[in-house]
Write a protein that binds this ligand. Structure first.
Ligand code: ADP
Length: 564
């Protein structure tokens, strides 16, 4: 800007100077021409008087070194000329000054030489006899004058140039200085130029607007951060170049990103090919999702493009924890496979026996044995199906079953009594100990729980062994304990016996009619009642399973599906 102002000032100064020189000289030239005309007129008048009195003799003594004097007859012929022989001169009747003098008494004119370097001024005066006296003088033209004065003009121009350079430089700096010193942080406090006031007011208004907008943006950003900060789901915002605009703590932890990662490319945070493929898909403007293993869990990654005017201007990446869902899905698949497998064995046995009997390949004496086999396997299938149904009911939360205050001791007594024949057959003694204790729950399920625990105590026992059932009240719980003197459970299996179809000794369990679902049902029933289960067992010595029901549990019954 300084340069521009400087150049403008300098150009104006130089132009004005040159124009002034030319105009000034023009005016001077005009002025002196006027003076010369006046002198010529006077001389012409004097000469006219002289010629009137003396005639041609007037010219004899005349000394006209600088001027040229011509006497012209009434017909235009030159009678006398001080510079040339009058006989050689052409007729002057058509000369402008002569025509004017003949018409008006006096006449004047000026004519340039062919080279334009010289100009002649003419003044003519008519005499009484009709002849005309003309005096002329030669003068330099303005161009010649200018050319002649070129040297001093150049010197003055050079001086003026230098002076204008210095002045222009100072002036331009002075003009720009207040602009450079403008305090744009407080536009209204500036008082340099009045002309800048509208601009400064506009800047002030815009600054206020920007301030308000940035405050609103900050507020929004804060709200967004507060919301995403507490989210368990990861959320990442990317721009169109996949640079991170925002990443909440959950996403940082899941992607193992180092702080601060905002402003860095997503690729530098996570180089996984799967993630890059997902982002590339979203880049093409489509919603994309993928299940990936992150931080030891399974996560669903959802990438949604943000479209502005039809073009992808960024994307949102959501990381959702689907570990439980995936686990449940896996367990469902395993359960289905296990159920099919468990049902296949008895069905094959039943089908095989029935086929042999149908084809008459079984001896009459063996019919009983085969029928009994069919019956046993059918019973096994019934138990299996019953247990599966019980489990699926528990999975759904048993919402349709009646909840009431149940005396756990009375329930245990009833159950123990129903199991006495089985116990006797296995030569196992079952005892019940304790006191009446109420829990709030589903009687049918609680009975099934006591039954399964006692049945296991009898099944996995040895002859002359015993099963001790006790129901006791504690300060804040009701405790059901089933202790046996049976084969015990090795430590490494103790955690897994509650899994569906898990058996420590598969063939032994099947032999004694186990389905592998009993303890699973126990676990789900306990959960549904908010109870905890503890197992203490020593192989060869026996097992103690304790179920602790919290008192006043009325409202805490879990409803809904229970993960395994
Ligand atoms: P099952 O129908 O096979 O008895 P459960 O789910 O009731 O299935 O038990 C799972 C496994 O836990 C059993 O197969 C058995 O190996 C072990 N088990 C359960 N209760 C006892 C116990 N009281 N003593 C020893 N082992 C036991």
């Amino acid at each position: 800007m300084t340069k521009r102002i400087f150049r403008a000032i300098w150009l104006v100064t130089v132009s004005v100077f040159l124009a002034a020189v030319v105009l000034f000289m023009g005016v001077l030239y005009d002025y002196f021409t006027g003076v010369q005309y006046t002198q010529l007129k006077m001389q012409a008048a004097l000469a006219a008087q002289g010629v009137s009195h003396e005639g041609i003799r007037y010219f004899e003594d005349l000394d006209s070194q600088n001027d040229r004097i011509t006497w012209i007859g009434t017909d235009g012929t030159v009678l006398y000329d001080s510079k040339s022989d009058s006989a050689d001169m052409e007729n002057h009747l058509q000369r402008e000054e002569v025509r004017e003098a003949l018409a008006n008494g006096v006449g004047e004119s000026a004519r340039y030489s062919k080279t334009l370097l010289e100009r002649s001024l003419y003044c003519a005066q008519r005499l009484d006899d009709g002849t005309v006296i003309r005096i002329s003088v030669a003068q330099n033209s303005l161009l010649t004058l200018l050319l002649g004065m070129m040297q001093p003009i150049c010197v003055i121009a050079a001086l003026a140039l230098v002076l204008s350079l210095i002045l222009a430089s100072r002036l331009s700096r002075k003009i720009v200085q207040p602009l450079n010193e403008l305090n744009l942080d407080a536009p209204l406090s500036n008082d340099g130029y009045d002309e800048l006031s509208p601009l400064l007011r506009r800047i002030h208004a815009q600054q206020n607007q920007i301030k308000r907008q940035s405050e609103a943006l900050m507020q929004k950003q804060k709200e967004f951060e507060t919301v995403t900060m507490g989210m368990r789901e990861g959320i990442v915002l990317l721009d169109s170049n996949r640079m991170i605009l925002s990443m909440n703590p959950a996403a940082q932890w899941l992607l193992r990103a180092e702080e601060p990662c905002v402003g860095t490319p997503m690729l530098s945070v996570n180089r996984s090919l799967e993630l890059q493929e997902l982002l590339a898909e979203a880049d093409s403007g489509q919603h994309a999702e993928k299940i990936m293993e992150l931080a030891g869990g399974m996560y669903q990654l959802d990438a949604s493009p943000i479209l502005t005017d039809g073009a992808v201007s960024g994307m949102v990446l959501l990381l959702l924890d689907v570990t439980e869902k995936e686990k449940a899905e896996q367990q469902r698949r395993e359960f289905t496979a296990n159920v099919s497998h468990e049902l296949k064995t008895p069905l094959h046995t039943i089908s095989g026996c029935a086929e042999l009997m149908k084809d008459g390949l079984v001896k009459q004496a063996d019919i009983g044995k085969f029928s009994s086999q069919i019956y046993t396997q059918a019973q096994r299938m019934i138990r299996l199906v019953e247990d599966i149904l019980k489990l699926s009911r528990l999975d759904e939360g048993a919402g349709d079953m009646k909840r009431e205050a149940v005396d756990l001791y009375a329930l245990a007594k009833e159950t123990v009594e129903s199991l006495l024949p089985v116990a006797e057959a296995s030569q196992v003694q079952v005892t019940l100990d304790g006191e009446s204790a109420e829990v709030y729950g589903i009687s049918q399920l609680l009975q099934g729980m006591i039954y399964n625990l006692c049945d296991n105590g009898i099944k996995y026992n040895r002859p002359q062994g015993s099963v001790m059932v006790s129901v006791k009240k504690e300060a804040d719980a009701v405790c059901l304990t089933v202790a046996d003197t049976g084969i015990g459970i090795p430590t490494e299996h103790q955690e897994r016996i509650f899994e569906r179809f898990y058996r420590v000794d598969k063939s032994h369990s099947k032999e004694i009619g186990g389905t592998g679902l009993g303890l699973s049902i126990v676990k789900h029933t306990a959960r549904l009642h908010g109870a905890s289960i503890a197992v203490q067992s020593e192989p060869g010595k026996g097992t103690v399973i304790t179920v602790r029901f919290p008192v006043n549990h009325e409202t805490k019954l879990e409803i809904g599906s229970i993960p395994d």
